[in-house]
Write a new protein. Structure first.
Length: 484
C-alpha cells in the first residue's frame, strides 16, 4: 500500500513542483510504513542533508498530499533511520524527526506580526539517545519569526546591474518606512528576488522598530481571506485588521486582477494606509499598466511612488550568487564551477539555486568532490535535458507572440476570442512540453492561478494536432524556431 501511495505522491509532486524536484529530492526518499492506528507515516532519507532540505522546503507539499492520499485529516510524518519496531525502546532507537502534519480545510489566517507580542504556540526539543528530536506543531504561530524567511535579508541579497535600483529603494523604504518611496512597486519575472527583498524589508523594519505591526501577504491568500470574510459576514473585521498595521508587504499583486470586490477592498485599505503614512510595498510580474483586469484607479495608485524592475542577472552576478549560496550550505565552489552552473540556468535565480542544489546533493550522496566532471554529469547528462534547460518560459511565449502577432498582456488577459485562445493554448502546450517548469509556474506566468488550466490546454492541443494538419504545421514551425 505505502509504495502505491508514494508513487501517487511522486506523480502529484512532479506536476506541482516539477521534475527536477522529484528527481533530486523525493526519489531519494523511501516510504517505509504507514501506521493506521497511530496515524504515522515513516519516511527514510539517505542522509541529513536530504532530510533537512525536504523538511525545510517541501514539508507543506508532503503534508497536503500524503494526508489526502491516506484519507486522513491529521497525520504525523516521521523520518527514521530504520523500520519502526513494536517496542517503545526500539522505536526510540530510530531517533526520528517528527513533524505532525494537519490538513485544515478552509482559509488559513494571514500572518500578522506585532514584534512585541509573544508566540501563543510552542515548539519543544527532546533528548533521545544523545540526539535532538525536534517536534514542530502545524498550528504553531511564532509571530515575527514565522512570517519572514530567516535567510531573506539584505545581507544575503547579491546586488548587480539587474537589481540595483530595486535593492537601493528597498533599503531606503526600510530605513524610513512611509516616508521614502511609498508605495514601492517591484516587478519582474518569477524567481529573480522580489520576495527576497520583501522579506528583507520586513526584517529591517522589525529590527529598527520592535513595535511595528508588519503584514506580509500573498495576493492569492488576500483574495481567499476576503472571500472568507464575505462568507461569514466579517468584512469589517477584515478591513480593520489591515487598516491598523504599519507596513503592508503584498506579493504577486497581479492575482487580484479581474476580482472587482477584492480590488475595492484593497483600494480602501491602500488609501487608509497611504494617508496615514504607513509603508506599502507590492510586487508583480508586470508593470501596473500591463496587468490585465486591474482597475485604472488601482493602477494609478500603484504607480504613485517608485516603480523598479528586476531583470535576469548578468553572468558575473550569477556567479556571485552561486558562490554566496554555496557558502550558506557550508560549501566552497570555484569561479569555473560557478560559471558552468550559471550557464545551465537561464530563466531565474530560483532555477540557478536548483541547479546548484542538484550538484551539492549529488556530491553529498556519492561522496565526491565538486568537479567539472560532476557538474557536467548532473546538469548536462543528456542532450534532451540540456535542450529543455536552455528553454525558459519567456523564450517560449515570445515565439508564440511573434507567430500570432499578440502581446503578452493579451495572452495574460481573460479575452477568449478564437485566435487568442488558440495562441494561449499553444503557449501552454509548448511551455509544458519544452521546459521543466511545474504546471503552477507555467499557469502563473500567464496569470492563471489554477494549474488545471495548463493541463487542459496541453491535453486539448495534444489531442487536436493528430487530426488538424494546420495545427501540426504551426507546432512544428514554432518548435523549429525554439530549437534554433
Amino acid at each position: 500500500m505505502v509504495n502505491q501511495i508514494w508513487r501517487e505522491f511522486l506523480a502529484i509532486a512532479r506536476e506541482e513542483a516539477g521534475s527536477p524536484v522529484v528527481e533530486t529530492w523525493f526519489k531519494a526518499i523511501s516510504c517505509l510504513f504507514w501506521d493506521t492506528h497511530k496515524k504515522i507515516i515513516y519516511l527514510k532519507a539517505p542522509n541529513h542533508f536530504i532530510k533537512d532540505w525536504i523538511v525545510k522546503h517541501y514539508l507543506p507539499l508532503l503534508q497536503k498530499h500524503l494526508a489526502r492520499l491516506l484519507g486522513e485529516q491529521t497525520i504525523t510524518i516521521q523520518f527514521v533511520d530504520s523500520m519502526p519496531q513494536e517496542s517503545s525502546k526500539k522505536h526510540e532507537d530510530c531517533a526520528p524527526t517528527i513533524i505532525p502534519a494537519q490538513v485544515i480545510p478552509g482559509l488559513q489566517p494571514i500572518s500578522v506580526s506585532h514584534t512585541t507580542a509573544h508566540s501563543t504556540g510552542h515548539s519543544r526539543h527532546e533528548l533521545v539517545k544523545g540526539s535532538i528530536r525536534t517536534v514542530v506543531r502545524s498550528n504553531e504561530k511564532s509571530s515575527a519569526r514565522a512570517m519572514f524567511h530567516e535567510i531573506y535579508t539584505f545581507d544575503t541579497f547579491v546586488v548587480g546591474p539587474s537589481n540595483s535600483l530595486a535593492y537601493a529603494a528597498a533599503v531606503a523604504a526600510a530605513e524610513k518606512p512611509g516616508i521614502l518611496y511609498n508605495p514601492f512597486f517591484m516587478y519582474g519575472p518569477s524567481g529573480l528576488g522580489k520576495t527576497h527583498l520583501l522579506h528583507a524589508i520586513g526584517h529591517a523594519i522589525k529590527k529598527n522598530n520592535k513595535k511595528a505591526i508588519i503584514v506580509y501577504q500573498t495576493a492569492d491568500r488576500f483574495v481567499q481571506e476576503f472571500i472568507h470574510a464575505i462568507r461569514f459576514n466579517k468584512t469589517h473585521i477584515f478591513e480593520a485588521k489591515y487598516k491598523n498595521i504599519d507596513v503592508l508587504l503584498m506579493d504577486d499583486i497581479q492575482f487580484i486582477s479581474h476580482k472587482e470586490q477584492t480590488q475595492e477592498a484593497f483600494f480602501h485599505i491602500f488609501n487608509t494606509l497611504h494617508q496615514t503614512q504607513k509603508q506599502i510595498v507590492c510586487t508583480s510580474d508586470a508593470l501596473p499598466g500591463d496587468i490585465a483586469g486591474l482597475a485604472q484607479r488601482m493602477r494609478s495608485r500603484l504607480e504613485w511612488g517608485l516603480v523598479a524592475d528586476i531583470c535576469m542577472p548578468t553572468l558575473e552576478t550569477k556567479i556571485a550568487i552561486l558562490k554566496k549560496k554555496a557558502e550558506m550550505h557550508n560549501e566552497v565552489i570555484t569561479d569555473a564551477i560557478a560559471e558552468c552552473i550559471a550557464q545551465s540556468a537561464t530563466s531565474s535565480i530560483r532555477e540557478l539555486e536548483g541547479a546548484l542544489i542538484r550538484v551539492l546533493a549529488c556530491a553529498s550522496l556519492t561522496r565526491q568532490p565538486i568537479t567539472q566532471e560532476l557538474v557536467d554529469k548532473v546538469l548536462f547528462k543528456n542532450s534532451s535535458y540540456q535542450s529543455r534547460q536552455a528553454l525558459d518560459l519567456p523564450k517560449v511565449v515570445r515565439s508564440v507572440m511573434n507567430h500570432f502577432n499578440v502581446t503578452l498582456a493579451e495572452l495574460r488577459s481573460e479575452k477568449r476570442d478564437k485566435e487568442l485562445s488558440k495562441a494561449r493554448h499553444i503557449a501552454f502546450y509548448l511551455m509544458k512540453k519544452h521546459t521543466d517548469r511545474s504546471l503552477k509556474e507555467i499557469g502563473a506566468f500567464l496569470s492563471r492561478k489554477d494549474h488545471s488550466t495548463v493541463l487542459h490546454a496541453y491535453e486539448k492541443i495534444d489531442a487536436h494536432k493528430k487530426n488538424d494538419s494546420q495545427l501540426e504545421h504551426i507546432l512544428q514551425e514554432l518548435e523549429r524556431t525554439l530549437q534554433n
